[in-house]
Design a protein. Structure first.
Length: 307
């Protein structure tokens, strides 16, 4: 029996309306470029990975475009690279969509407005970790790709901001006597690979990288996250603003536990890279079970018949 093309949303973790508002605020700030270094860095890394693919992509979708960072990463001296003739930007935030380029749409990754088989390439730079129904979003991405179309994405992984997560939890316990989620949960490598397979992609590959950024103190890190539009949007969070005492306690714990010899504190960002293809009959297929011509016992023997 074939798998269904749609999968139920089993968990609602994020307040998507809040994610949109925070992106709108970040997009409207003239200082966004001062905080967007992570998007720029990962955009360049995604572009490098696309350069390794020996084919062109005439019609491409930039899913979660922010201010057009992937367009910049994919633009060379003579215009867009990798054979891209049309690049459509799409972001949850209308303000970011307006900044991303002439051909752009504001839309939710969980409800994509594109017709089936519209794109040769879908690329997504640090956006999908805010999606509640990630399996459903990936199914929609696959439908939006032409047969043998390519999907290439980066999203934050489970080791992201482990230092901040620990210090905020300990500080809230000390100050308030209880703790709530202060840093959003993220997927791990195994989760991402399984989700690509469940969504019906072919030849999925997932790997990860760790980027460590240093800051003067934890408060500077929190300001950067706010400027990126990447602050906590978990539904189970406390809705009252964090108390100053708690934030200063967390900053003191961060410095005490993690400060480097020069006094600066490190922040870990784990990035998961996802790559997969929309199925096509020309792709390499796994052998059918039982189709082998050499018995397993013979295959395991050494050159002189020794196991």
């Amino acid at each position: 029996m074939s798998q269904p093309d749609t999968m139920p949303d089993t968990m609602t973790v994020f307040d998507r309306a809040l994610v949109r508002r925070r992106r709108e605020r970040a997009a409207s700030s003239p200082a966004f470029a001062e905080h967007s270094f992570l998007f720029e860095e990962i955009g360049e890394r995604l572009a490098d990975r696309l350069h390794d693919v020996t084919r062109g992509f005439p019609v491409a979708l930039d899913l979660g475009s922010h201010d057009g960072v992937m367009r910049r990463a994919l633009t060379g001296p003579h215009g867009l690279q990798k054979g891209i003739e049309t690049l459509v930007a799409c972001d949850l935030s209308p303000a970011f969509a307006r900044r991303a380029g002439a051909l752009a749409v504001a839309a939710d990754e969980e409800a994509l407005p594109f017709a089936p088989a519209s794109f040769d390439l879908v690329v997504s730079n640090l956006s999908l970790h805010w999606v509640n129904d990630l399996p459903g979003a990936l199914v929609q991405v696959r439908h939006a790709l032409k047969p043998d179309g390519f999907f290439c994405a980066a999203m934050l992984g489970g080791e992201t901001l482990t230092e901040l997560r620990r210090c905020l939890m300990e500080a809230e316990l000390a100050v308030s006597g209880g703790a709530s989620p202060r840093v959003s949960p993220f997927a791990d490598v195994r989760d991402a690979g399984s989700l690509l397979q469940r969504a019906g992609f072919a030849l999925p590959v997932v790997d990860s990288d760790t980027i460590t950024v240093t800051y003067a103190d934890a408060l500077a890190l929190m300001r950067d996250l706010r400027g990126m539009g990447e602050t906590n949007a978990v539904l189970a969070r406390r809705t009252v603003p964090a108390r100053r005492e708690m934030l200063f306690t967390a900053a003191a714990l961060y410095a005490e536990r993690f400060a480097e010899p020069d006094g600066r504190i490190p922040a870990t960002f784990q990035v998961l890279y996802l790559a997969a293809w929309a199925p096509h009959e020309s792709q390499q297929q796994p052998a059918r079970p039982g189709s082998g011509t050499v018995p397993l016992g013979e295959a395991l023997k050494g050159p002189r018949g020794c196991a």
